[in-house]
Design a protein around this ligand. Structure first.
Ligand code: ZN
Length: 135
């Protein structure tokens, strides 16, 4: 039995709202809490500092932009969530908000360096890594 926090009525275990007064029997914060496995992808642009020292800012912007666009495309293709860009690094998550059985494989597939080969000609490359963890 679940006791209503509002009126004290005893309600069946499966009730989500009080049968007497209609108050929610489970706090909204409790309902949203959920433990999920997630795989994080971290990508860092190697060689961008050297590139920035040698090239025009427009060239650097173009090369870095192309590398990140290509990576963002791959992350989207494998249904990952692009969390944020931090300077010359990218953080993405697989398994949140929607989990797949193969999120770790999806992360690995999205992070394959050969998929970002367009940047190699400009002497920059994406160093990527996947890490699976429980919250
Ligand atoms: Zn009640």
């Amino acid at each position: 039995m679940v006791t209503c926090p509002s009126c004290g009525e005893e309600n069946p275990e499966h009730a989500r709202f009080c049968l007497a007064c209609g108050a929610a029997l489970i706090a909204p914060e409790q309902r949203r809490k959920e433990r999920k496995y997630a795989t994080a992808l971290f990508a860092d642009l190697v060689g961008s500092t050297t590139l920035a020292e040698r090239e025009d800012p427009e060239v650097v912007q173009s090369v870095v932009g192309r590398a990140f666009d290509r990576l963002a495309e791959e992350i989207g293709r494998y249904e990952g969530l692009l969390e944020k860009f931090m300077g010359d690094a990218v953080l993405a998550v697989f398994g949140v908000p929607r989990a797949h059985e193969d999120d770790a494989e999806r992360c690995e597939s999205a992070s394959r360096p050969e998929r970002c080969s367009s940047t190699r000609s400009a002497l920059v490359a994406l160093a990527t890594g996947c890490s699976r963890a429980t919250p």
